[in-house]
Design a binder for this molecule. Structure first.
Ligand code: GLY
Length: 373
């Protein structure tokens, strides 16, 4: 069935959520504009910053990106002003530099990158290109983009699939193929070494940085080695869909479908994704994984015209809306039931990027005006 026909069936749900978002988010925005930091989570109905990395914290592009989504939906200038205010704040991260890593795509593609594409702001264009050059500089010629800093010279993580979009944009914008070549080399490595036979994915693969040999695979933010951290599955799913959209390489689409099939099969029982699909108890959920995966599934449905992916996305979004959304006007964040990592103490929290992807999913259900990635 054509995507437009299939998605039309879900308009009542989408309109209902948009009505709730447009009622709630002006208050969230008002609380944020008074802050000297960028919202990450919430506590006692107030925004809180991330505990690490200050202005370089990897999620700092999601709040301005959520503001751009709200601006596009409502036309309300206050959202745009907030997105631009925070984009300016992020310049300090380029100066601080030491804590920046592979997540510069999350920080600048969906903040400055969106600004540039909407307004032509030249300062924004330079910010995105600067970020793309930083990301390209992390490429190891053995075929992967290095993840974090310190002594982790050969570590790569599945999350980075989403940052490749910054590189695709840089090649599309400049005409210089090097950025896309680096992105595709990384995606090819991820297909080979992260994606398992059953469609689940690794979080961390440690390569020998000298010769690219695989040394070790680690659970990272998931339950255990060999388990299936749901947000990692979601990063892989949406990341491969987007790599396919930027390159047309059929294997990326096949890989995305394989991960999607694993995700959909495993989320069926609980509706909202568990933090790890192989954790022993049903005690820890991650609504954020559901929001990211929903975006990937909706795009997959648009590409393949397979309505099943769309229905799976909407089922999950409905479960999250019913069980995880806080629509009160006091609490700034929407999705409440997110998990930072299985072994950490950041359980049952809100996360600004969960809300961003939830809003993005709603935009995709309602005729998305701009694909942010
Ligand atoms: N490592 C990024 C995330 O928490 O999803």
């Amino acid at each position: 069935m054509r995507f437009e026909t299939a998605v039309a069936k879900h308009q009542e749900f989408a309109q209902d959520v948009w009505a709730k978002l447009t009622r709630k988010l002006p208050g969230s925005l008002q609380k944020a504009t008074k802050l000297s930091y960028i919202p990450y989570t919430t506590c006692q109905n107030e925004w809180k910053p991330a505990p690490f990395d200050g202005i370089c914290w990897w999620t700092n592009g999601f709040w301005p990106a959520e503001m751009w989504q709200m601006y596009l939906h409502t036309g309300m200038e206050a959202y745009r002003a907030e997105a631009e205010r925070v984009e300016d704040m992020l310049d300090e991260a380029f100066d601080e530099f030491d804590h920046l890593h592979h997540d510069v795509g999350f920080m600048w593609l969906i903040s400055a990158g969106v600004n540039y594409r909407l307004t032509g702001n030249d300062q924004s264009r330079k910010r995105v290109l600067k970020a793309a050059n930083l990301l390209a500089g992390r490429f190891n010629p053995n075929g992967f983009i290095r993840a974090w800093n310190e002594d982790k010279h050969g570590w790569a993580i599945i999350d980075c699939m989403m940052n490749l979009n910054l590189l695709y944009w840089a090649s599309e914008h400049t005409g210089d193929p090097r950025f896309r070549q680096i992105a595709m080399a990384h995606a090819d490595t991820a297909m080979k070494h992260f994606v398992r036979e059953d469609g689940s994915v690794e979080h961390i693969v440690c390569f020998d940085p000298e010769n690219g040999e695989v040394l070790e695979k680690l659970a990272g933010q998931g339950y255990a080695q060999g388990s299936a951290w749901s947000r990692g599955q979601a990063w892989g799913l949406y990341g491969f869909v987007l790599s396919y959209l930027h390159t047309g390489k059929a294997e990326y689409l096949q890989t995305a479908e394989k991960i999607a099939a694993f995700f959909v099969e495993n989320v069926k029982r609980t509706g909202v994704p568990l933090c790890d699909f192989r954790q022993p108890e049903d005690d820890l959920f991650d609504a954020c994984a559901g929001a990211i995966a929903a975006c990937g599934l909706i795009e997959l449905s648009r590409i393949t015209e397979d309505e099943g992916w769309l229905d799976a996305a909407v089922d999950m979004l409905k479960a999250m809306e019913a069980r995880c959304a806080d629509w009160s006007l006091e609490e700034p964040a929407v999705l409440q039931n997110c998990t930072g990592s299985y072994s950490g103490n950041d359980h049952h929290i809100t996360m600004v990027y969960a809300d961003f992807f939830f809003v993005e999913a709603m935009a995709k259900l309602s005729g998305e005006k701009l694909r942010f990635w």
